[in-house]
Design a protein around this ligand. Structure first.
Ligand SMILES: [Zn+2]
Length: 446
């Protein structure tokens, strides 16, 4: 329940449970889960709820929840909501997570057993402050809550796994932003931060742009400060000033100017005053500034990707590489390695076949690794991938995965008919929004 329990009363044949939520929050979303669910305790104020087959795995996966909550409190101020629970949804859940107050809904695709889904929990925990305590005024200001939340998510991950991890995740986010803007087209008004949604369905504006372009704004401000403790103090000031309210870009910018004028060195205030707000907030395309990310974790990924690209350009008929070069990489680096290969020219089908044999990504338990592997196979027109793609998209209903995979399959002309047939066969396993967005990729609603 998105509230704290205040008591139960036994009635004949029934139990009446009562809950109370003291914190006001705009009800822009209503969600109800019905099913056979159990819970496990994962911290002094946290339980994880899931179907019986999933609940122990989920408890194991999310055992850092209390630590993340404490880190978030040290940045944002006290957690005011009481309990923080997590509910694992069935595979058809279309999003990574949903920040219902006191009860985060989460996709089961975040549970991989290798830590690749942990940042989703960090993200949803951060929403307890940015998104729930302070909400966006409407969907034209949606980016504000995601900008801070992505920034905080990476800050929490950085406090647990070290600053290079924060930098590594942010660098990956920048690549996602580039891809997303390329997809929309750099002049597309939906790649602006501050949107004009007149006559539009907010669903059509849903992409990585508000998340990644938005978090670049907060990253930029943090860098301007050159003092992360002072910047954390600004975050607490902002949250305390606007708690229980919904805000616009104007409110946010006025608040940072006000805090900076009072608390930060004069040159920071001057730089902030001179910030090209039109370019940052009102213009489409990439932001006017790209951070210099520390590359200590991404270097190994780049080297391995280069090894494969060089191998690809040779004339090898037998697979000569070994799995050894992949072993030292942590799962998030494997994801990055695959993402790098996805950015260059499509690699040859025989090279993909070699990679399939020695790395066996097809059997990866991580949805994020498998997703990128499937995209890579589609790009190289590697036929054995087709069946895996359809099985993967049938097994879950997450927009992020299925929209991209069906888009890529649609572009593979020889597979187009089968792709559309498969969509019609499996679409009813997904929730409406996934059906709609994937159908649009297949040009079915023109
Ligand atoms: Zn979010």
């Amino acid at each position: 329940m998105s509230a704290n329990k205040t008591g139960t009363t036994e009635l004949p044949g029934q139990t009446l449970a009562e809950f109370k939520q003291n914190i006001p929050i705009p009800a822009y979303l209503m969600a109800l889960v019905v099913g056979k669910i159990e819970w496990r305790e994962i911290g002094p104020r946290s339980r994880v709820w899931a179907e019986p087959t999933m609940v122990d795995k989920a408890a194991m996966e999310f055992n850092q929840t209390e630590k993340m909550l404490q880190i978030a409190e040290s940045i944002c101020g006290p957690y005011l909501w009481g309990n923080y629970d997590i509910l694992v949804l069935p595979p058809s859940f279309p999003f990574g997570g949903m920040e219902n107050p006191t009860l985060t809904y989460i996709t089961p695709t975040a549970i991989a057993g290798d830590g690749t889904g942990l940042n989703v929990i960090a993200h949803e925990i951060a929403h307890s402050w940015t998104g729930n305590l302070v909400t966006h005024f409407n969907f034209e200001h949606f980016w504000i809550k995601e900008a801070f939340t992505v920034f905080l998510e990476r800050k929490i991950m950085g406090r647990i796994y070290g600053e290079p991890m924060r930098q590594f995740l942010a660098e990956g986010g920048w690549k996602d932003l580039k891809d997303s803007i390329e997809q929309y087209g750099e002049k597309n008004p939906l790649t602006k931060l501050h949107l004009d949604l007149t006559g539009l369905d907010p669903t059509d504006s849903f992409s990585k742009v508000p998340y990644e372009k938005g978090s670049t704004v907060i990253w930029y401000w943090d860098e301007l400060y050159e003092d992360s403790e002072l910047f954390d103090k600004f975050i607490r000031y902002f949250l305390s000033k606007w708690k229980f309210q919904s805000i616009t870009l104007h409110n946010l910018f006025e608040t940072i100017l006000e805090f900076t004028r009072k608390e930060a060195p004069l040159d920071v205030y001057t730089k902030l005053l001179n910030m090209n707000t039109t370019a940052w907030f009102e213009e489409p395309g990439l932001p006017p500034y790209k951070p210099e990310f520390d590359s200590s974790l991404s270097e190994a990924c780049v080297l391995l990707a280069e090894e494969w690209i060089n191998y690809d350009s040779g004339n090898n008929s037998v697979c000569e590489l070994t799995p050894d070069n992949l072993v030292p990489l942590i799962p998030l680096q494997k994801i990055e390695f695959l993402s790098l290969l996805l950015q260059g020219h499509p690699i040859q089908e025989k090279t993909i076949s070699c990679m399939d044999t020695i790395y066996n990504f097809s059997d990866s338990g991580s949805f994020h690794i498998k997703f990128r592997w499937l995209k890579l196979g589609i790009r190289s027109r590697y036929k054995p991938i087709v069946e895996q793609v359809f099985r993967f998209t049938e097994s879950q209903g997450r927009i992020y995965f299925n929209q991209q995979l069906f888009r890529d399959m649609y572009d593979w002309k020889e597979q187009r008919v089968e792709t559309i047939e498969t969509y019609h066969r499996i679409k009813n396993r997904w929730m409406f929004i996934t059906r709609y967005l994937v159908g649009r990729e297949l040009k079915l609603f023109c």
